[in-house]
Design a protein around this ligand. Structure first.
Ligand code: IPM
Ligand code: MG
Length: 356
């Protein structure tokens, strides 16, 4: 089993190292190869997604990804910015289905900014479409001012767009995922205002006819954002577009105590996938050894489950994570009084120890 390891920027390298440690401790025959991506790749090779890195990702059975982005690249042309690496990987590899589970571990109930009774037992799954929508729609750009002077552009624009097949395939993913859970799907849209999302809703309803055993309801994105902090446990599977999914998954992550706990899987039509924490590169805390590696470690577990067909190993990792939480070990983001504060490396080591 070949795994491409792409650490990236900011805290990316620190957290990926811990996930790699955990993977190696499983004793499976995994071939891991590392390549630069994001700002780190731009600095080393002049491009955020060098051809050699893309090829490694294409040839691998699965990809373990850290995070990309750093303020120091904010002034680069957009096509050279670190974020283009992850967007390019998603698009080039056809990773259209993004799974972002938000589970509140009992030990972390007090780390959430919401009242314990609202989040205790929370287990929702956000399914975000990942290769369409306003992220990729054309045309986009800045309209050049009449004097031809780019910095003086008079307007900027992006195109929100979805095709029928794009909506159909993500809707199928959501209904099938719901069948393995509580058989409920909430489709989040903005059909009251946007043509793109009226179409989204219409197509989701059409697809739902093939899943009479799954209950479907619809919610506007603004209401969904509100309901997520009002009564999050009312949700089970949420399916939505790329942009709304980006925003709602960050919001949902805080229900679990910390965005540092949220793994993700981005899958193509054949379950080949890229696995990354839902959080970003956090350059403000990079190099301090305080980042939480658990989202990345849990992403590695998802990788074993979805792409490498190693359910047992996936569960070993998840149980090891539960066990370190039960031992009271906490990185800074999930620390609360009465628990033991540990560094990134100590957390990784503790998971390895619990595995054994
Ligand atoms: C995410 C991130 C990315 C996104 C950025 C880094 C391009 O926020 O994976 O949620 O917007 O999709
Ligand atoms: Mg995001």
């Amino acid at each position: 089993m070949k795994i491409a390891v792409l650490p990236g920027d900011g805290i990316g390298p620190e957290i990926v190292v811990e996930a790699v440690k955990v993977l190696r401790a499983l004793g499976l025959s995994l071939e891991l190869e590392t390549a630069p991506v994001g700002g780190a790749a731009y600095a080393a090779l002049g491009h955020p997604l060098p051809a050699s890195t893309l090829k490694l990702a294409q040839d691998a059975d699965a990809i373990l990804f850290g995070a990309v982005g750093d303020w120091k690249y904010d002034t680069l042309d957009r096509h050279l910015r670190p974020e283009q690496a992850i967007l390019g990987l998603r698009k080039n590899l056809g990773l259209f289905a993004n799974f972002r589970p938000a589970i509140c571990y009992p030990e972390l109930v007090n780390a959430s900014s919401l009242k314990p009774e609202l989040v205790s037992g929370l287990d929702i799954l956000i399914i975000r479409e990942l290769t369409g929508d306003i992220y990729f729609g054309q045309p986009r750009g800045r309209r050049i001012a009449t004097d031809g002077n780019f910095p003086d552009a008079e307007e900027a624009f992006d195109t929100m767009r979805y095709s029928r097949p794009e909506i159909e395939r993500i809707a199928h993913v959501a209904f099938q995922a719901a069948r393995k859970r509580s058989k409920r799907v909430t489709s989040v849209d903005k059909s009251n205002v946007l043509e793109t999302f009226q179409f989204w809703k219409d197509v989701v309803i059409e697809v739902s006819e093939q899943y009479p055993d799954v209950a479907l309801d619809h919610m506007y994105v603004d209401n969904a954002a509100m309901q997520l902090v009002k009564a999050p446990k009312k949700f089970d599977v949420i399916v939505t577009g790329n942009m709304f999914g980006d925003i709602l998954s960050d919001e949902a992550s805080m229900l679990t105590g910390s965005i540092g706990m949220l793994p993700s899987a981005s899958l193509d039509a054949n379950s080949k996938g890229l696995y990354e924490p839902s959080h970003g590169s956090a350059p403000d805390i990079a190099g301090q050894g305080i980042a939480n590696p658990l989202a990345t470690i849990l992403s590695a577990a998802m990788m074993l489950r979805f792409s490498l067909n190693q359910e047992e190993a996936a569960q070993r990792i998840e149980n090891a994570v539960k066990s370190v939480l039960a031992q009271g070990l906490r990185t800074a983001d999930i620390y609360s009084e009465g628990t033991t504060r540990v560094s990134t490396i100590e957390m990784g080591n503790a998971v390895v120890k619990a595995l054994r």
